[in-house]
Design a protein around this ligand. Structure first.
Ligand SMILES: CCCCCCCCCCC/C=C/C(=O)SCCNC(=O)CCNC(=O)[C@H](O)C(C)(C)COP(=O)(O)OP(=O)(O)OC[C@H]1O[C@@H](n2cnc3c(N)ncnc32)[C@H](O)[C@@H]1OP(=O)(O)O
Ligand SMILES: NC(=O)C1=CN([C@@H]2O[C@H](COP(=O)(O)OP(=O)(O)OC[C@H]3O[C@@H](n4cnc5c(N)ncnc54)[C@H](OP(=O)(O)O)[C@@H]3O)[C@@H](O)[C@H]2O)C=CC1
Length: 288
């Protein structure tokens, strides 16, 4: 694997182990798939678009890795049940699951439709729940394993992404709950919360959002965006025996960014109103 992914973890660590990475056709998921394959795992990558999965399959196979592609929508319960069964039948028991697939669109909370809210909740909470449940019921309940849920840096709020913040908070609680419930089967469940990570995900944003991201970069205490391999390293660690006593935890990979202290220029602000609707003029001078 000389020309393959250069992981900081020991070669052969996951030899022959089956790992599923949802959203493995792009960005962070693609990087995780490369790293796990470089450590000897058979990686089952999933996503909606088969072409992107096939491209990653070729990349991994070209450097000697073992990989298979499985196209389905994580929100489609019947498709998930069938795909997990198919993966197990073809490649054996599931040792690791990385719930990475997800995404949202920016919008002020007051402009979110229920349809848009539901779409994002299903994408970032319901989908991860369905995949986790099936990986557990169909495989891990019998022999143990490790699940890592990719969420986001939600602490203090996720301005312009209320739907995603709520979903990710739900996923964090699901992480903690399943870590307790499934511990009896030797299953560990943890989360990784990326901050701003320069990945293909950024390509999905419009110019206004990209301008906001450039401004935000200067407010990240470590002075830069994260990269995909830094998220992948945290995920990989949680899958290793080095994390054998870690369950129900979350690793923040965010350069110490304090989202709630950021001034969001793309959130509409009416500066004539402040403090529970009292006009500014009624406030003491020092508060205006
Ligand atoms: C700068 C301020 C930000 C603050 C954030 C705080 C810091 C936290 C750091 C976290 C950063 C996170 C980064 C990433 O996640 S990178 C990954 C990015 N990738 C994506 O986001 C994927 C792209 N998005 C999508 O694929 C879709 O939006 C989604 C899957 C979420 C929904 O698709 P779905 O197919 O389910 O839904 P529909 O297209 O049918 O739409 C259903 C309704 O949803 C509303 N909608 C959907 N898209 C948009 C949009 N772009 N703008 C507005 N509204 C949208 C809409 O109501 C749809 O119904 P209609 O089509 O009938 O109108
Ligand atoms: N980049 C960042 O700064 C941050 C990213 N995150 C999260 O990390 C994860 C990876 O993000 P990133 O790599 O940057 O972004 P990408 O948009 O490149 O990756 C998202 C992946 O998920 C797949 N996916 C999305 N929705 C579904 C679905 N319903 N069913 C199956 N697959 C789906 C997509 O493939 P396809 O469209 O083919 O289905 C795609 O491969 C996401 O959950 C993202 O929200 C969190 C915080 C910060």
């Amino acid at each position: 694997m000389a020309d393959g992914y250069r992981s900081v973890f020991a070669p052969g660590l996951f030899d022959g182990r089956l790992m599923i990475v949802t959203g493995g056709g792009s960005g962070i998921g693609r990087c995780i798939a490369h790293e796990l394959a470089s450590l000897g795992a058979h990686v089952a990558i999933t996503g909606r678009r088969i072409e992107r999965l096939e491209t990653v399959r070729t990349e991994i196979e070209d450097v000697g890795g073992a990989v298979s592609c499985h196209a389905f929508d994580i929100r489609d319960e019947a498709a998930v049940v069938a795909a997990i069964a198919e993966i197990i039948a073809a490649h054996g028991p599931i040792f690791g699951l990385v719930n990475n697939a997800g995404g949202q669109y920016p919008s002020p909370a007051e402009e979110l439709s229920v349809k848009g809210w539901d779409a994002v909740i299903r994408n970032n909470l319901t989908g991860g729940f369905i995949v986790s449940r099936e990986a557990y019921k169909q495989s891990m309940a019998e022999h143990g394993g490790s699940i890592v849920n990719i969420i986001a840096d939600i602490w203090g709020g996720m301005p312009t992404m209320a739907h995603s913040g709520a979903a990710r908070a739900g996923m964090l609680n699901l992480t903690e709950t399943t870590a307790c419930e499934w511990a009896r089967s030797g299953v560990r469940v943890n989360a990784v919360a990326p901050g701003w990570v320069a990945s293909s995900g950024f390509d999905t944003y419009d110019d206004a959002m990209k301008a906001e991201l450039r401004r935000l970069r200067d407010e990240i205490p470590l002075g830069r965006y994260g990269n995909e391999s830094e998220v992948s390293a945290a995920v990989t660690f949680l899958l290793t025996p080095g994390a054998a006593f870690i369950s129900g935890s979350c690793i923040r990979v965010d350069g110490a960014v304090p989202n709630h202290r950021h001034t969001w220029t793309n959130v509409p602000t009416d500066r004539s109103i402040a403090f529970d609707g009292f006009p500014l003029a009624t406030l003491p001078e020092c508060l205006r």
